[in-house]
Write a protein that binds this ligand. Sequence first.
Ligand code: FAD
Length: 375
Amino acid sequence: MHQKQTDIIIIGGGLAGLCCAIHLGKNGIHTTVIEKSVYPRHKVCGEYLSAEIFPYLAFLGVNFTDGAIPIRRFRFTGITGNHKEAELPLGGYGISRYKLDHMLYETALAYGCRFIFETVKQVDFKNEKFTIKTDTETYTTDLVLGAYGKRSGIDQYLSRTFIRKKSPWLAVKAHYKGDFPSDMVGLYHFPGGYCGVSNIENNTINICYLADYSSFKQYKNIKEYQEYVLSKNPLLGKVLNESDMIFNAPLTISQISFEAKKPVVNHILMIGDTAGLIHPLCGNGMAMAIHSAKIAAELITDYINEDLTRTTMEKKYAKQWKSHFGKRIKTGRFLALNLQNKYITRFLFSLINVFPGLLSHIIRKTHGKPIFVKV
Ligand SMILES: Cc1cc2nc3c(=O)[nH]c(=O)nc-3n(C[C@H](O)[C@H](O)[C@H](O)COP(=O)(O)OP(=O)(O)OC[C@H]3O[C@@H](n4cnc5c(N)ncnc54)[C@H](O)[C@@H]3O)c2cc1C
């Protein structure tokens, strides 16, 4: 089949960027990824990977299950420690980003993807060409995918609306040794935030929480905050007390925004968190990031095979992005807001007592169906 000669640069080599590079590589389309950090590296993330994405990862040839921990059950706890457990409708795996991203990086290399380790500062589009500037170099290309995650200086450069609003959310994550049921992912609410706990490879527990900055800044350090705020939820206090951190210090990130974003900006197809981030309590931001990479890779393949124009490709991408993820992101926002209210949570627990299937129903609302690829 005749293919249009097209240079493609993907900015950011996280889950979305790497999966898109692999998918395009499988279709015989070579890409360049510009990534600011080297692999392997830890990332702030709950590290629970939802099963909806497994068939697609299998299509990409990524066998991540070796050593990863199968997770089948969900423990949901309110601020006061009231709790419920449920079978996860689809389930998932616990796997560190250190391992997963590195595995994807190696697969992308095997498919001929080129990597440049620099930080992108500017992206411009003129006369059907993009110009990308890093600290040291300037690159020109035909297509650009924005896969640089939740927040970057590029968002400022592109004057994206969400970047102007301050976000109250910060996140903290570390790996621990301890005893936590291996097939369980726990979601523990505490005043001003919530914490995810699950097992990952090498008998390690990942503990990662999202916290409101105004409450966080009242404490001297993370240790004190965990002791006085997270431990108000007695079940979470118990998990923390009975686990020993193996990182030298926890990783932190701030200004995490859950505001609506646009999936296409200045002709750049935004994939993963760059297009929108679901509240982590839903446990499927990674699956969504990877799914958006699949949508983009398929449309770009059609564009290169001259079945689509640039304008149609952009319109189709925006439409598909909205139909797959728009409602889920809104549901996540609604849940995150309401589960901070102890009266609403108490009411929810009494409803779950009467309708035990309700918890699974809510989980289904924030997740997609398994993602297969027609071959
Ligand atoms: C606290 C928290 C807990 C979470 N827990 C879970 C969970 O348990 N399960 C789940 O499914 N999801 C979870 N998520 C969501 C998940 O982490 C994200 O949805 C996922 O990482 C998105 O992948 P991505 O590829 O879009 O972005 P990222 O993985 O963030 O990748 C972006 C990449 O771009 C690079 N980059 C950034 N700026 C530049 C630049 N200017 N130039 C070059 N490179 C750049 C970065 O170095 C990075 O490698 C959680 C999120 C948070 C905040």
